[in-house]
Design a protein around this ligand. Structure first.
Ligand code: UDX
Length: 446
């Protein structure tokens, strides 16, 4: 089938590449000339496991093209995906200007029937706006071309996006049009083999499904972080509690890891946007507001533990920071808890020696040259001479350090474990103090 994808960010690039991988002819279009030229040379603008070889192979085979030419791309596709960004505007609502600009462009150039599919995360009711925008642009040029609109939200996790795309849990198709549903079913058939994962619904339900999924997941995390804060105060260990509750199948073990707060490009933005949507419909979404407030506070948790340990004064101290990306297997630092921590450390006059397996270039881009930040080639190098180690992101490479060797490298005697990754006993056996998230045993260091 012939597919056009607007937007070569995470969602568009991964979706386009996976659709090419199963034999479709895909044209990806982006307004960023440099990005398109790079992609045509096989340069992938993001770090995503498995994506680069797949892009190169499909590009080489002629099934995957990148262009800035919207008119040619619109002429190509029977199915046209909109996968451009919906960044938050000043009040936290999703900004639809890019989505609607694409819709206008489709209306200006469409010359034969197509199914227009919205993959960006958009407020409920956007499918109607996309439809109206395309219709208006068609009418303005006196064209009468049949088109359908569908809402087909993505559920890709960064770091596992290719796998999530090739082996989805569910494929949500929101459309009033039987033809659109049929066309998308055929397009997704290669990803839908063992049992039917397609859920067909109306557009608005599909749009809300995406927000509801992310809000539910964010809620699980904020709930666990709240439990961790209670555990810390009452002298319980949240890791025991996590095991204890996860064994109930109604609760489950997934996504109940306490930490330094959720980050990334989706949860913070989507929770906020859904709150705004609710408010616009005169409903105060109390749970969503609390999820956000708990997360904002949690991002300051590591600094709070650090500050308490050092008696409120960290000026002149040096902190080894392991992990800058908002989660492992990505170089993405959007809304990363590390950013809050670094800002707080710097504001308090401390210095940072940081290591991240993938995100150091991104960090250098964000923070620029500064005297109180040194990037280190290895986890060991970061620890050298530091007053403390702070683990922020749970990369596999940080899983089982040699704490005896670490104790010799560190100038100070303390480890702050933002992901409860380490065994407190192993850390303490090496003569280091251990702080985790919600581990009441840390009370004895008070
Ligand atoms: C998320 C959703 O998982 C995905 O379905 C959606 O399409 C886009 O948003 P992503 O942002 O890539 O994907 O990251 P995810 O792996 O879900 O993690 C989000 C954040 O939650 C990270 O900061 C992570 O560290 C944090 N997290 C996750 C926890 O703190 N505890 C957990 O138990 C799980």
């Amino acid at each position: 089938m012939r597919v056009t994808v607007f937007g070569t960010g995470y969602v568009g690039l991964v979706t386009g590449t996976c659709l090419a991988e199963v034999g479709n002819h895909v044209v990806c279009v982006d307004i960023d000339q440099a990005k398109v030229e790079g992609l045509n040379r096989g340069v992938i603008p993001i770090y995503e496991p498995g994506l680069e070889p797949m892009v190169r192979a499909n590009h080489g085979a002629g099934r995957l093209e990148f262009t800035t030419d919207a008119a040619a791309a619109i002429a190509h596709g029977d199915t046209i995906f909109i996968a451009v960004g919906t960044p938050p505007d000043e009040d936290g609502s999703a900004d639809l200007q890019y989505v609607l600009a694409v819709a206008r462009s489709i209306g200006e150039h469409l010359s034969r029937p197509a199914v227009v599919v919205n993959k960006s995360t958009v407020p409920v009711g956007t499918a109607d706006k996309v439809r109206a925008t395309i219709s208006a642009a068609l009418a303005a040029r006196g064209a009468d071309v049949a088109f359908e609109v569908a809402s087909n939200p993505e559920f890709l996790k960064e770091g596992a996006a290719v796998n999530d795309c090739m082996r989805p849990d569910r494929i949500i198709i929101g459309s009033r049009s039987a033809r659109a549903v049929e066309q998308l079913r055929r397009l997704y058939a290669p990803f839908n083999r063992s049992h039917d994962r397609v859920v067909v619904m109306d557009e608005r339900s599909a749009e809300l499904t995406k927000y509801a999924a992310n809000a539910m997941l964010a809620t699980k995390i904020s709930f666990m972080n709240e439990m961790a804060n209670i555990a810390e105060r009452v002298g319980a260990d949240i890791e025991m509690v996590r095991h204890g509750i996860g064994s109930d199948p109604r609760i489950g073990y997934h996504f109940i890891y306490p930490g330094p707060g959720y980050g990334g490009s989706c949860f913070p933005k989507d929770v906020q946007a859904l709150e705004r949507i609710a408010r616009q419909h005169d409903y105060p979404a109390r749970i969503l507001a609390a999820v956000e407030a708990v997360n904002d506070a949690q991002k300051g948790k590591l600094f709070e533990l650090i500050s308490r340990h050092f008696g409120g004064d960290v000026s002149g101290k040096t902190f080894a920071v392991w992990g800058l990306a908002f989660k492992p297997n990505t170089d993405d630092m959007r809304e990363a808890p590390s950013r809050t921590l670094l800002a707080q450390l710097w504001a308090a006059g401390a210095r940072v020696r940081a290591h991240d397996p993938e995100a150091m270039d991104e960090a250098a881009r964000i923070f620029g040259e500064r005297g109180d930040l040194v990037f280190c080639d290895s986890p060991d190098a970061a620890v050298e001479g530091a007053d403390a180690l702070v683990l922020v992101t749970e990369w596999k490479a940080f899983n089982s350090p040699d704490f005896q060797a670490m104790a010799r490298r560190l100038a100070g005697r303390v480890v702050f474990d933002g992901r409860n990754l380490f065994s407190p006993d192993a850390v303490e056996e090496a003569g280091l103090a251990y702080y985790g998230i919600g581990r009441g045993r840390t009370l004895r260091h008070d």
